[in-house]
Write a protein that binds this ligand. Structure first.
Ligand code: THU
Length: 144
């Protein structure tokens, strides 16, 4: 797969964020990064807690970081982990800020971590029958 320099930067950001993961309970570090409409990159890692249910996934940390930076349209998202797959909650959160063109890059840290396996997909295809704020009339458009 041929990757643009922008996507290469996105992948680097997700892999770097993974190194910041706070996961003493699961020992499963995850890094995520989102590329927004403006061309900026925001990253996040999973942050766990002794009260397990308070933990947050890397994907949501990255998305919330983008929103705090006033970026609400995601062009691409990258997740770096061993056999990465966003959980259902994160798919719904990614859907909120994605378009039909938003790409998702999954970086599998399984094998040789210097050259991980990268697969590409589409965010909207990862969440069949989403709870869609436009379809149910909660939002008129996604430009807030
Ligand atoms: N986790 C993520 O950060 N992203 C995912 O897509 C799946 C799970 C985290 C949550 C928890 O800290 C650890 O991975 C094990 O579930």
């Amino acid at each position: 797969m041929k990757l643009s320099s922008e996507i290469m930067r996105l992948i680097k950001a997700a892999r770097l964020a993974r190194q910041s993961a706070y996961c003493p309970y699961s020992r499963y570090p995850v890094g995520a990064a989102v590329l927004t409409e403006s061309g900026r990159i925001f990253s996040g890692c999973n942050v766990e807690n002794a009260s397990y249910g308070l933990s947050i996934c890397a994907e949501r940390a990255a998305v919330f970081n983008a929103v705090a930076g006033r970026q609400i349209v995601i062009k691409a998202v990258c997740i770096a982990a061993i056999s990465p797959k966003p959980c259902g909650a994160c798919r719904q959160v990614l859907f909120e800020f994605s378009t039909r063109h938003t790409a998702i890059y999954l970086v599998d840290e399984n094998l040789d971590t210097r050259r991980p396996r990268v697969t590409r997909g589409a965010v909207y295809k990862m969440l069949p029958a989403p709870f869609d704020p436009l379809a149910c009339g909660l939002l008129k458009d996604k430009k807030r």
